[in-house]
Each structure stands twice: as C-alpha cells, then as structure tokens.
Design a protein around this ligand. Structure first.
Ligand SMILES: [Zn+2]
Length: 203
C-alpha cells in the first residue's frame, strides 16, 4: 500500500510505503506537522528514499533513525550540507546522513512493491524517479508534476539533462503518477502530464 501525504506548504509530498518493509519516499522540510502526520500512521520506518537532495524533500530525514538512500550524484552535497538551491538559500549548512548510494537500474525490493531506480538528472544531478513496473506507478520527485510542469533546473541542475530525463520517462508505461509537489495524476492524466512536459521543454 502507498499512502500519499500531500503537502500544501513548503514541504514536499511524502509517500509512505507500507509493505514487508516500511519506507518513506521523501520526508518534507522537517516541519513538525508533517512528521506528526507520519508518526500517527506508523511507529517505525525501515528506510527513507530521497528523490533528490533539496531540503524541502529531505529536511525531515533527521527525525527518523533508519537507512537513508539517495542517488550517488546528490549524496556528497547531502553529507556536506553544501546543498544547492533550497538549502543554500536558507543560508546555513545542514549536513544529513546517507546510508546507501543509489544508481540508475538499482532495484529496491519492498516485498509486494519492487521499485526500479530511474536516474533522471536535470532538476538536480542526482534526481531519481522510482518506477513500479508491474503496478505501473511512477514516483517522480521534482522531475515531473501532474500538470505537465517540472522542477527548475537552475538550482544545481542542468536543463539539457532534464529534457533527456523527460524523454526517458515518456517511454515508461504508468497510470499512477506520484509527484514531489501538487496533486496525483491517474490514467489519461499521466499521459497528458508527460506529453505537456515534453511540449513545454521543446523536445
Ligand atoms: Zn527540488
């Protein structure tokens, strides 16, 4: 089961995966409301997977004692606190723990859900999406939003790579899109989202 905690604030959306293992995909900025919301639903978390190292997605990591997984290209910034974008704008360094580094093609076996790591650089160099191939679910971080927009590439990212990443996503078959901000998309809305993104990006 995947429980979405949709945020309307600075926090990212959080996806709570309750399976043989219990995982959080992103943890928001670390505001108490969101952490309380997570703790109300589960008493322990086995692992956190961060879609990328921006503070609004990983600031809540510090409240959970568990394994923390992030792509190898964002890991160094996370460990040093030398974040680009949201963290550096906050004006202080916030080093965060990383337990394991992910690469594109890795599989994260949760039990009923098996997520493939799709490396989608662009918004940040180590941005990832998580793809559940059998269930046709895509957790997209800030690489693709439901309205067809996408995260900015000027906070430590690269626009050309973002365009290639969107093309990569357009080849995946998914009917549930769980983005890092905003609403969830289903069925036709997923196809519209990726088609709109590709059109905006000018591929
Ligand atoms: Zn971001």
């Amino acid at each position: 089961m995947i429980l979405p905690i949709i945020s309307s604030s600075f926090d990212s959306n959080v996806f709570l995966i309750i399976d043989e293992k219990i995982a959080l995909v992103d943890t928001g900025a670390g505001t108490s409301n969101l952490v309380d919301e997570i703790r109300k639903r589960v008493s322990k978390i086995d692992l956190i997977i961060n879609t990328h190292a921006h503070l609004d997605h990983c600031g809540g990591n510090k409240f959970f004692k568990c394994k923390i997984l992030v792509h190898e290209s964002d890991a160094a910034e996370m460990r040093s606190g030398e974040f680009y974008g949201t963290c550096s704008m906050a004006g202080k360094k916030i080093p965060l723990r990383v337990s394991e580094m992910l690469k594109g093609g890795d599989k994260i076996d949760m039990g009923e859900h098996v997520f493939e790591v799709v490396h989608t650089p662009g918004h940040t160099l180590g941005s990832i999406c998580l793809y559940e191939r059998d269930k046709k679910i895509l957790i997209s971080g800030d690489t693709l939003f439901s309205d067809g927009s996408f995260g900015r590439a000027d906070l430590g990212g690269n626009f050309e790579e973002l365009v290639s990443s969107l093309e990569r996503l357009s080849k995946l078959d998914f009917n549930l899109l769980l983005p890092g901000h905003g609403n969830i998309a289903r069925d036709e809305e997923c196809k519209n989202a990726i088609a709109t993104a590709i059109a905006i990006a000018g591929v």
